[in-house]
Write a protein that binds this ligand. Sequence first.
Ligand SMILES: [Ca+2]
Ligand SMILES: [Ca+2]
Ligand SMILES: [Ca+2]
Length: 373
Amino acid sequence: MRFIALMFLTVSLNAAAQSGVNYQTARDGRIFKVFQFPQDRMPSIDGNPDDWSIVPNSYRYGTGELNDTEDGMGAMIDPADLNVEVTIGWVKGLNRIYFLYKAYDDYWDFGRFNPNGYLNDIFEIVVDGDLSGGPFISNPRYKKDELKWDGKSKAYLENHFSFSGYHAQNYHIYTPPVNNAWVLIWGSQPWIAEFPQANYAYDYDFKPGESGHLILEGWITAYDYAPYEGPKYAIESRFSENKIIGLSWSILDFDGGQREGHVNLSHNVNMVKDASFLCAFQLMPKEEEWLPKLKAEWTFKIMDMDRGLVSFHDESVGPVEKWTWDFGDGQTSGEQHPIHQFSEKGVHKVITLTIEGPEGQSKRTRYWEVMIR
Ligand SMILES: [Ca+2]
Ligand SMILES: [Ca+2]
Ligand SMILES: [Ca+2]
C-alpha cells in the first residue's frame, strides 16, 4: 500500500510539472541542455570520445559551473587540482541519458585498501526522470535517530527496501573502477547499473596517486519507479522532445586520502539524497544541421471505432506548403491534420501523406496499420 500511495504522489507532482513551469529546481530554475544525438550518430560506449565531437560547446558544462558546497558555500575550485567537463545527451525513442565525463585530477585516488569503499575519486550522477522531486535516500516517515547505517536497525532496512531510490536514482561512479566495480547505486536497486539498463567505458593511463586525464562515457536509464524487485517491475521515464528532467552531478575528490572537495552542479550538496535539489535539464530537439531538409511523417489515432473515425497528425520536418492525404479508400484531404471517416470496416492497406515545399516533395506511407473493426 505504501508503494501505491507513493506512486500516486509521484504522478500528481509530475502532472503539475508537465502542465507548466510549476517545478522546483536548483540554480534558480536555470535550464541546462541535453544534446539530442541523431539515431545514426549514437555514441559507442568504448572510451573514445570522438563520437561526441558533434556536440556544440553550448552543451558542455565545465569546472566553472561547479561549487564546493560541503565545506563552505561557493568555494572556488582550482583547475590545477581538479578540472572537469560533463556533456549529457539523449536519443529520441530511448529513455536513456548518455554522459561524457572528461576529468583532470592532480592525484587520482583509487585502489587503496579501503574497507568502506568510499575513499575513491567519485563522479556521482543523480537523475529524476519525471521531475517528481523529493527525498530518495532518507524517508521522512522515519526519525533520523531510528536509522542506522550498520544495517542493524529494522527501520533502516525497511526504509531501504521500501523507499530508497524511488524519486530519483543515484549513481556513485568510481573513477576509475576497482575490481570491475564501476558504480555503487545509492538505493535499493543495484540492477539499474547492469546492461542494458546502463553501460560504461573508461580510458585512462595513470596509476593510483598519479595525475592525469580520465575519460568516462556511458548511459543510464531514467525511471519514474525503480523498485528493489528488478527491471520487470520498474517504470521507465518517458523521454520526449523539450521535456524537463531533474539531473545533477557531484564530484568527490580525494587526494591521498584527504577529501579535497565535494563539488556539484546544483550548488547544494543535498542533491545527493533529495531530488528537489537537482537542476532542470531540457531534452533538446535536434540541432538544425542534423534535421532532414524535408521529410514526411505522420501518426494517427482511432477516435471512434464504431463510426470508423480516425484523426491523422502531420509530424513532417521542413517547410511545407501543401499536404495531400490519400486514405486508400478513394478519398483525399488537403488539410494538415485531417479527421477521416472510413465507411468500410477492415484493414486499410495503404495510406500516404505527400508534402510539398521549396525543398521538393516527400511521402510517408503506412501499410496495414489503420484497422477498423
Ligand atoms: Ca565513444
Ligand atoms: Ca522521480
Ligand atoms: Ca583525486
